[in-house]
Design a protein around this ligand. Structure first.
Ligand SMILES: [Fe+2]
Length: 156
């Protein structure tokens, strides 16, 4: 007796399905966030609407929380020239106090690049190359060993 796999079943097992599911999930999540944004804020920043519930966990320019005086030295800056992206945190680097890590994250939540620093690193600067034709929002994170996790965004 042979086993028949219906096309729809076959599609469900397609290797790309997890990505497709993830995208659908993201779209759903983004829609939900967008609805929340409409009722609570005029911002079109999806992360911003999520940040309200991330207070004390993720720090941003808009929501620096207890680190309001630390924005200038902890919020990562994102500079884009063509396909090249530079992330910088204007923060000193010493054994006791330094920037631990940067990441660059796509609008779909994929890590496009990351760099881990040490106290010996000269500065908290990292460089990345965007995927060909990348358009949309782009996120940078910066983690200080004393002043926690910061998130900045821009648009390509
Ligand atoms: Fe710091």
């Amino acid at each position: 007796m042979s086993k028949t796999i219906a096309p729809s079943h076959s599609e469900k097992n397609h290797p790309e399905k997890p990505t497709s599911s993830r995208r659908s999930f993201l779209k759903g999540a983004l829609s939900a966030a967008a609805v929340a944004t409409v009722t609570t804020s005029t911002s079109s920043n999806v992360f911003a609407s999520e940040q309200a519930s991330m207070a004390g966990i993720v720090y941003t320019k808009e929501n620096p929380g207890k680190w309001a005086k630390k924005v200038g030295s902890h919020l990562p800056s994102i500079t884009i020239k063509g396909q090249n992206v530079t992330v910088n945190t204007n923060h000193g680097m010493s054994t006791k106090h330094f920037i631990v890590r940067h990441t660059l994250v796509s609008k779909d939540g994929e890590t496009l690049g990351e760099k881990t620093f040490t106290p010996d690193s000269e500065e908290a600067t990292s460089s990345y190359t965007l995927p060909e034709g990348y358009k949309g929002k782009l996120y940078a994170t910066s983690f200080c060993n004393k002043h926690d996790f910061w998130l900045a965004e821009t648009k390509v």
